[in-house]
Design a protein around this ligand. Structure first.
Ligand SMILES: Cc1cc2nc3c(=O)[nH]c(=O)nc-3n(C[C@H](O)[C@H](O)[C@H](O)COP(=O)(O)OP(=O)(O)OC[C@H]3O[C@@H](n4cnc5c(N)ncnc54)[C@H](O)[C@@H]3O)c2cc1C
Length: 387
């Protein structure tokens, strides 16, 4: 699909592909086995100057949008899904800061990010509202010139390793209703932050997706992103599109990795009694073709969604919702088919395909979840409000 991609995105992908296969993929099994945050991957990507993907050029960044995020996330996930998600959540956090950055946000966050010496991440989800990430219950109180924050975030990818956290809270205004939320920057060393148990997931085990408790955390007023009250704009114009495309990219990458592993295995496995390879079995040829068709279709939808988002097309929102829901379905079904095609060797504990299968399962439950996305997408088709 290179003919549809702009040259800067192709160049970035080439760089990321080389890094992924030479330096990130070789550590993926250990990252998974040890449930270890992939510090090496973030360092490799930072050393190559890739942390400022969404930072404006005038601040030293690449000033790329959703399409680059989709393509790079997909590429990294082909070598290590945990690394792809950690990088992607940093990029989503960066995009949220960039959207309405003040000079203070630029100096404190965006310049260090563009200089590859700052990692940020997104902390929205809470146990109380679960998959309904747009309804935070974390309390925000304005006291003099400072905000005081109290609450607990769950599943904070890069938790405990990032330098800053983009968090969502209720607005501090008294008459706020559901969905009136604020986004704020929390620095890693802010007093009152504590981390719950280390992350040990079924899949995406390198993510350090931990729970973060905020007890009377005091933040300067300028840490607010945008104005109070315009935050619903953040949710649906910035947070959701970047979050969804980041995840869709990673899960299309997981599916591509399963397809590649299956292709290799079918070519290599040969029966002693007949000399026949699995590649010679018509049923497996057919299954492989179906997997490939599914991956190509999902990639097409993903790139289309990202492109429409970048140009602000009126169909962007629904296409982005569909792209993430579809990427989740794809990753789960292709990794399952890969297990079937590759037989007992794939079922070995902690082999590549079993890791991809476990990683893929996170796709359906990451907000907005597949069921909620399809529900929203149907509502848009029926000219009903999203929520
Ligand atoms: C590996 C991983 C990394 C993550 N990283 C981050 C991160 O960096 N930042 C962050 O903010 N969050 C992150 N999350 C959290 C994630 O985005 C979800 O918020 C979380 O997984 C929801 O879990 P829950 O158990 O609370 O879901 P629940 O809310 O309990 O939902 C359970 C199921 O019910 C379904 N459901 C609930 N309500 C409805 C409805 N109205 N219609 C249809 N179906 C419904 C959901 O779709 C879901 O399938 C991460 C999660 C994982 C697994």
């Amino acid at each position: 699909m290179d003919e549809f991609l702009p040259d800067p995105v192709i160049r970035l992908r080439q760089l990321v592909r080389e890094l992924t296969f030479s330096q990130i993929a070789p550590n993926a099994a250990a990252t998974d086995r040890e449930a270890r945050w992939p510090e090496h991957s973030l360092r490799v990507l930072g050393d190559a100057g890739l942390m400022g993907l969404h930072v404006p050029k005038r601040l030293g960044g690449h000033e790329q949008g959703l399409l680059a995020l989709a393509v790079l996330g997909e590429t990294i996930a082909q070598g290590c899904a945990s690394s792809a998600l950690c990088y992607a959540m940093h990029c989503v956090g960066t995009a949220v800061i960039t959207a309405k950055a003040t000079p203070y946000h630029e100096d404190k966050y965006l310049v260090p990010i563009a200089e590859n010496r700052h990692i940020t991440t997104l902390a929205l989800s809470e146990h109380g509202t679960g998959a309904h990430f747009y309804l935070p219950q974390t309390a925000l109180e304005l006291r003099g010139d400072d905000y005081i924050v109290n609450g607990t975030k769950q599943f904070v990818t890069n938790g405990g390793h990032a330098d800053s956290y983009v968090i969502s809270t209720m607005t501090s205004e008294q008459d706020a209703g559901d969905g009136d939320f604020s986004c704020l920057m929390v620095d890693k060393d802010a007093k009152g932050i504590s981390w719950r148990d280390p992350w040990v997931g079924l899949g995406m085990r390198g993510n350090s997706s931990r729970a973060m408790q905020l007890d009377s955390v005091r933040l300067p007023r300028q840490n607010l992103l945008g104005q109070e009250g315009d935050q619903i704009w953040y949710t649906f114009e910035v947070v959701a599109p970047y979050f969804l495309i980041a995840m869709a990219g990673a899960y299309v990458g997981v599916a591509q990795a399963a397809l590649d592993a299956t292709t290799r295995h079918l070519k290599e496995r040969q029966y002693a009694h007949s000399g026949e390879r699995l590649a010679d079995v018509p049923t497996l040829q057919y299954r492989l073709a179906e997997m490939n068709i599914a991956v190509q279709k999902s990639r097409g939808l993903l790139y289309q969604a990202a492109y429409l988002g970048d140009v602000g097309h009126e169909q962007a929102t629904n296409t982005i919702l569909m792209a993430k829901a579809d990427a989740a379905d794809l990753a789960v079904s292709v990794t399952n088919d890969a297990m079937t095609c590759c037989g007992g060797s794939a079922y070995r504990e902690n082999g590549l395909l079993s890791r991809l299968l476990r990683d893929a399962r996170a796709a359906h439950v990451m907000s907005p979840t597949t069921d909620i996305l399809k529900h929203w997408s149907g509502r848009l088709l029926l000219d009903l409000p999203l929520i």
